[in-house]
Write a protein that binds this ligand. Structure first.
Ligand SMILES: Cc1cc2nc3c(=O)[nH]c(=O)nc-3n(C[C@H](O)[C@H](O)[C@H](O)COP(=O)(O)O)c2cc1C
Length: 185
C-alpha cells in the first residue's frame, strides 16, 4: 500500500483477533517504533509485549489494582477489568523511561514514546494488522507503574491492543481541513 494511503486510512478497530504478527514482523514494527523523533537520542521508549499467559498476568494486575487502589468492589466492574486484556491476542504496554536531562524535559520524552506508538500503529497497518491505543485507570499514574513491576522513573502511557481487525473497516469521517489549519503567508 502507498505510504500516504497507509497513514490516511489508519483506524482503530475495536475488535481484534488472531492471527497476530509473528516475531519477525514485530521486529520490523519495533524498528519503526524506534525511529520516532527523540530529542538528544535519549531512547526513552520501552515496550512490554504481552501475549498468551502474559494476558492472564496483566488481567490479574488490573483486578488487583482495581481492588487495592481504585477500591472497586462492584463485581460487574471487576469482571470488566478482568476481561479487558482479552480483547486482543497481543497487547503492547507503552512505557517511557524518563531520564534527567538539562535540555529534554519529561514531556518531550513522553511525546517521543507517543510518536513511537503512532509508528507502531502505522507499521502494523502496513503489514495488514491493526492496533488500538487505550488508557483508562491503568495508565498515567505512578501506582500502575509499580503494579507492572517497573521502577518509578517509568511512565505507563497506555496499552496498544494488537491483532487482525475483526469485521469491516469503520467509516472514517471526512474532516474540513480549514477547521484545523491556519496559514501565515
Ligand atoms: C493517548 C490515547 C488514549 C486513548 N485511550 C482510549 C481509551 O482508553 N478507550 C478508548 O475507547 N479509546 C481510547 N483512545 C482512542 C482510540 O485509540 C482511537 O483513536 C479512537 O477510538 C478513534 O479511532 P481512530 O483511531 O480510528 O480514529 C485513546 C487514544 C489516545 C491517543
Amino acid at each position: 500500500m502507498d505510504a500516504l494511503e497507509n497513514i490516511i486510512l489508519r483506524n482503530s478497530p475495536r475488535k481484534l483477533t488472531l492471527p497476530m504478527p509473528s516475531e519477525d514482523q514485530m521486529k520490523l514494527v519495533y524498528k519503526a517504533a524506534l525511529r520516532a523523533p527523540d530529542h538528544a537520542w535519549l531512547r526513552p521508549s520501552r515496550f512490554i509485549q504481552v501475549t498468551g499467559d502474559g494476558i492472564t498476568k496483566l488481567s490479574d494486575i488490573f483486578v488487583n489494582f482495581a481492588k487495592e487502589k481504585l477500591k472497586e468492589e462492584d463485581e460487574q466492574k471487576l469482571e470488566k477489568y478482568k476481561n479487558a486484556p482479552f480483547r486482543a491476542p497481543m497487547i503492547i504496554i507503552l512505557v517511557s523511561h524518563i531520564q534527567d536531562h538539562p535540555k529534554v524535559p519529561e514531556i518531550e520524552q513522553v511525546m517521543s514514546t507517543a510518536a513511537a506508538a503512532q509508528n507502531i500503529l502505522l507499521a502494523l497497518k502496513a503489514i495488514n494488522f491493526a492496533g488500538m491505543w487505550r488508557t483508562g485507570a491503568f495508565s498515567l499514574n505512578n501506582d500502575i507503574t509499580k503494579y507492572l513491576g517497573l521502577d518509578e522513573d517509568h511512565r505507563v502511557l497506555g496499552y496498544l491492543y494488537v491483532g487482525t481487525p475483526d469485521g469491516p473497516d469503520k467509516k472514517i469521517p471526512e474532516l474540513d481541513l480549514d477547521d484545523f489549519i491556519t496559514k501565515w503567508e
